[in-house]
Ligand binder design. Structure first.
Ligand code: CP
Length: 309
């Protein structure tokens, strides 16, 4: 909950999502200034507690906190007492005893941010947990789509790739369906989890059918380091069947945009050309990630929910 924790999109109602997106739009004005800093969170402390690698999420939370004048501490698990067998929860409680105003948690195991939130006084923001949720990624994706399309109702959002292992897919499914968009998921049958339709999405094993009439095409990262062979025969075959290039994109609407949470396996999920150029909005997603995380820190670390925006 805003003012407390943000552990997923599933618990948020439409009004809360819209409040976060409206706040993020206001934060974007700061990014356009010559001096990109305001004193809003002066005296507040934000701890980045990342147990998994991250470029976009960790850096943008750090920049977001600094633009709001918060003190941002990046916890390094490698050089911490975790290497002396201190438990995860003891580590989190130790940091909590230093009175942070928000703790940002990423972990490879689903449910860890929830467990930490249950044990801490400070509000916790989930920065991605296993295949469960990545709420801040989905919120920045929603912000990017709104800025491109000026609406959610009536849009068709097609998510392509490894739906089964993707926290980004899950959070975006929750978010876009709550906002009134139609969500389709497409991929090899091994990557479409049984029962995913219960989340209100349509499933496709034909990329062409999934793309027909789509306004938004979101490709997901294939975890090549873990999945090849077990879920699809070869990278070449995946790319030929589900990789998106300009020729395949013609099945979508002529003004469709292309998204990817990053990092992109170039030539696998997206062609080089589509990764770099319009209608790709990948770098807009990254840019919006700073404003979106500023909004969350303002609302959560600043405990501003009761005051509106
Ligand atoms: N999209 C995303 O979560 O990227 P990072 O792993 O670089 O944070």
């Amino acid at each position: 909950m805003i003012g407390e924790d943000l552990l997923g999109i599933a618990p948020l109602d439409r009004a809360r999502i819209e409040l976060i997106l409206e706040t993020a739009e206001r934060m974007q004005e700061i990014a356009g200034r010559d001096v990109k800093k305001v004193p809003t969170l002066r005296g507040r402390t934000v701890v980045n507690l990342f147990f998994e690698p991250s470029t976009r999420t960790q850096t943008s939370f750090e920049i977001a906190g600094k633009r709001l004048a918060a003190d941002v501490v990046n916890f390094s698990s490698n050089s911490s007492s975790l290497s002396k067998a201190e438990s995860l929860l003891d580590t989190a409680k130790t940091l909590d005893a230093m009175d942070p105003d928000a703790v940002i948690v990423r972990h490879r195991v689903a449910g860890v941010p929830q467990r930490i939130a249950d044990a801490l006084q400070a509000p916790v923001i989930n920065a991605g947990d296993g295949a469960h949720e990545h709420p801040t990624q989905a919120l920045l994706d929603m912000l990017t789509v709104y800025q491109e399309k000026s609406r959610f109702e009536g849009l068709t959002v097609t998510i392509v790739g490894d739906i089964a292992h993707s926290r980004v897919a899950r959070s975006n499914i929750y978010g876009f369906t709550k906002l009134g968009a139609e969500v389709r998921v497409a991929g090899p049958p091994t990557m479409l989890p049984p029962g995913i339709e219960e989340l209100g999405v349509k499933t496709y094993t034909s990329l062409r059918e999934a793309l027909e009439g789509a306004d938004v095409v979101m490709a997901l990262r294939i975890q090549l380091e873990r999945l090849t062979g077990a879920y699809f025969p070869s990278v070449r075959e995946y790319s030929a069947t589900f990789g998106i290039d300009r020729a395949k994109l013609r099945f979508a609407k002529s003004d469709a945009i292309v998204m990817h949470p990053g990092p992109v396996n170039r030539g696998v999920e997206l062609s080089n050309e589509l990764t770099d150029d319009r209608p790709s909005v990948i770098l807009d997603q990254v840019r919006n990630g700073v404003a979106l995380r500023m909004a969350l820190l303002y609302l959560i670390a600043g405990r501003r929910m009761g005051e509106g925006i």
